[in-house]
Design a protein around this ligand. Structure first.
Ligand code: AMP
Length: 362
């Protein structure tokens, strides 16, 4: 399993995550090595391995002097139930929590996306999302599963709409992701006018209906609204926010493969269409829990005694904390949060984490 770290975060926070997650080893290069000073963790330095010749230079190079991570860390054979990645997200107790997602869960999500949108070897995917955000998981692995091309953006291009528009044109990118607040900035950028792509995916925040319409007035591409928490392998529902879609609000839509969306009342009973309740998720994409914190998992992953009155059997569900309601056509609409979780440019923040930091400060 891999655990991505954001090297722009304070070293102290990185070290707290390492202490909690206890990785077998940390992969570093000459720049990031310094972030581990004082931390009790094994590291594998790959600087030499990646010091490859500039493209176009004729020199070939064998990384003889490099530590090969494969020989440094013997890797076990992977089974579907084994963890694939651990992604840290804000925790209301003041400590970030590490969500553990299995291969079975993320492979379901990736294969669904490949088949549902018919992606194949002709597509060019842009990787621009920070690795610490789970959207990066499909950006990185979907091209490999469909034989497409992976275009890797320079660091920080995702924050620069002008550079991003130029990159999409230059590299003839077909598939790209935006959190809606970044899509808003992108639509304001003169360079985005008239771009042609195959599919733009939004997720992480509500997609306003008016942004959908602005998008279609400027950009020639399909637009998709995906929804899901880190705790359920990136996304669990989809909606085609097409040019002629007049929905307001834009729904989060229908479940992906092997996934159940349940809108329940306070007694965990399903609500009728049009009635707002809490959105619970079930199925293959649910995370295993949080690293080293079974108490937190117990609070959010519940066992429901049985949702089908004719065949009641216990099901494991994740309590998203999102409010939702059914439309008459079976699409789900997002209606806000039940708690104090907020999003800042797509970044999930528990206000409780900030409160806890204030309370412990002298
Ligand atoms: P994260 O774990 O960072 O992916 O954040 C998950 C949360 O982001 C969800 O529980 C929702 O509150 C919000 N979210 C994600 N996608 C959408 C969407 N398409 N529409 C509205 N809210 C969303």
């Amino acid at each position: 399993a891999y655990l991505p770290l954001d090297i722009e975060q304070p070293a102290a926070r990185i070290q707290r995550i390492l202490a909690a997650a206890q990785p077998r080893a940390v992969v570093v290069n000459e720049t990031t090595r310094t972030l581990l000073e004082g931390a009790e963790v094994a590291s594998v330095d790959v600087s030499a391995l990646f010091a490859l010749p500039h493209p176009g230079s004729s020199a070939t190079r064998t990384p003889q002097d490099a530590t090969d991570p494969r020989s440094a860390i013997p890797l076990p054979t992977v089974q579907p139930a084994d963890p694939a990645y651990v992604i840290y997200t804000s925790g209301s107790t003041g400590e970030p929590k590490g969500v553990v997602v299995s291969h079975r869960a993320i492979v379901n999500r990736l294969l669904w996306m490949r088949e549902h949108y018919g992606f194949g070897p002709d597509e060019r995917f842009l990787q621009k999302t920070a690795y610490t955000f789970d959207v990066s998981v499909w950006e990185l692995f979907l091209p490999m599963l469909c034989g497409g091309t992976l275009v890797v953006a320079e660091p920080d291009v995702h924050k620069d709409p002008q550079a991003l528009a130029a990159l999409i044109r230059r590299e003839r990118v077909d598939v790209v992701h935006f959190v809606p607040s970044m899509l808003a900035a992108f639509l304001d950028e003169p360079g985005s006018e008239g771009l042609r792509m195959q599919a733009v995916f939004c997720s992480g925040e509500a997609l306003p209906a008016q942004m959908r319409d602005r998008f279609h007035a400027r950009i020639d591409s399909a637009l998709h609204n995906l929804y899901g928490p880190t705790e359920a392998a990136v996304d669990v529902s989809y909606w085609a926010a097409s040019r002629d879609d007049r929905s307001d609000p834009v729904p989060i839509g229908f479940p992906v493969w092997n996934t159940g969306l349940y809108i329940l009342d306070e007694c965990l009973r399903p609500v009728a269409p049009g009635v707002t309740g809490t959105l619970y998720l079930g199925g293959r994409q649910l995370a295993d829990g949080y690293v080293g914190r079974p108490d937190l998992a117990e609070a959010r992953f519940i066992t429901h005694p049985g949702l089908d009155p004719d065949h009641p059997e216990p099901v494991r569900l994740y309590d998203t904390g999102d409010l939702a309601r059914w439309r008459a056509d079976g699409a789900v609409e997002y209606r806000g949060r039940i708690d104090h979780q907020v999003k800042l440019r797509g970044q999930r923040i528990e206000l409780g984490e900030i409160e806890a930091a204030f309370e412990t400060h002298p």
